[in-house]
Design a protein around this ligand. Sequence first.
Ligand code: ADP
Length: 545
Amino acid sequence: MHGLMMDVPLSLPMIARRALSLYGGRSIVSRRADKSLHRTTYREMLGRAGQLARALQRLGVRPGDRVATLAWNHARHLEAYYAIPCMGAVLHTLNLRLHPDDITWIANHAEDKVVLVDKVLWPLWEKCASRVNAQHVIVMTDDGVVPPGTLEYEALIAAEAADFAWDDLPETTAAAMCYTSGTTGQPKGALYSHRSIVLHAMGEGMLCALGLSERDTVLPVVPMFHVNAWGLPYACAMFGAAQVHPGPHLDPASLLGLLQDERVTITAGVPTIWLGILQALDAAPGHYELSRLRTMVVGGSAAPEAMIRAFEERHGLHVLQAWGMTETSPLGTTAYLSPELLQKDANTQYAYRAKQGRPVPMVEVRARNEQGIVDWDGTSMGELEVRGPWVVSSYYLTEGADDRFTSDGWFRTGDIVTIDRDGYVTIQDRSKDLVKSGGEWISSVALEGALMGHPDVAEAAVVAVPHAKWDERPLAVVVPRSGQPFDEAALKTWLGERFAKWWVPDAIVQVETIPRTSAGKFLKSALREQFKAHYGSADNATRGG
Ligand code: ADP
């Protein structure tokens, strides 16, 4: 219709132009493999990104081609984040924590044409290289020496002019892709559009999310190969926040050093990282000066309430829980407190901050069980479904219809949740992790959270184990805080005070470590396998019940 607003395409060059014209001097700090720090600015980083875009064009990369990265978080990786999509190609971040066979499968499924590899990751790439059909391999290194048959990143871009145009692209152009880690089956590709990334970046800046601005300095601990570091490399540039990247050094001391020295205001990562940081802070109270740090965003798996409390009460640090998935770009919900909750007592507030929270603007949620859409009553469980402009509508190159997409346009997350009257979502489990005992669901996440609130427990995971009478019964594995044997009966009493009797695990087993996925989540499939005969022979058990 005549007289409507401009039809400006929402594409990443718009973010690049903004950062160049308004935030050119803002800093980007990266820790190199040798632990020294590299400092640059948006102006310089985007200048080099433009040169990289030209170099890729010269190598024959065409619009729509996939260009992969196998790299830690650092400024060169950031250059690839802008160069590849802004020249019309697709940035495909490979997960360096996967097995070489999986990396190979994923790179071939995506038909990656060019691969950019960190030199420190060369031993990993070598195990994939001969089986992947990439035409060129570009190696990123500080010493200029690269393996035979590969291109050296610095030499490659130095040959190019710095006049890349940063022209808009049609907003539905594919910009980036990320494969799910495959903990729930074969890896599947989520393909993000320019439009979805721009809207997601804007969403991340909102107050109920990160409340980003150019006063912030952001350290994404979440890797750039995991859902685009939760979109932070784009959101920061849009709002002018400085960026700090930890490179390969994710140990608590290295991270705490960066948080302190670079005066970081916002950081983000999975609970595993923060549990390690918490231990380091507890071991050296007052050692780090972190008064500028205003938000630690925790997502990827449930942030235990005890951890949220410990950071706040012992170290004055604020945790914001967020929920999301590869398929949702990932921002879905945040546990941002409403004004009504801010009036409530501290215990109530902590309980709400340990929920996954309410959907951010533009994201809608509902939950469904066998009876249909469940009431927002805080107790009825159902599978969470989401919808929004940064939620995938299908997987990349998969045959046929996928039952994760409903006929009326919602995405089925596989997470089992309750939603309360105010719209706060609580994850009870992933559907495959639920414990079904005597036909009733038991939330392993709730039991884990309570166990991790016990002073003797460092980490806890709860899994379903086949049981002759009840079909399945919960079993807990626990890593004790002190490394000392713990009192199983006391832990059961602790749980009995908090849950119905039939929820309490029949056995609580001590372990040294809990196996983890590539993203640092508990690998429950391995635990289920390990303990499958704990309540009697698995064969007997499946015949019972
Ligand atoms: P993968 O599916 O391989 O684990 P994702 O990173 O896409 O990779 O994981 C998304 C899942 O992680 C969600 O479906 C949910 O089960 C879990 N998750 C993410 N954030 C949270 C959170 N704050 N609390 C509990 N679970 C979470």
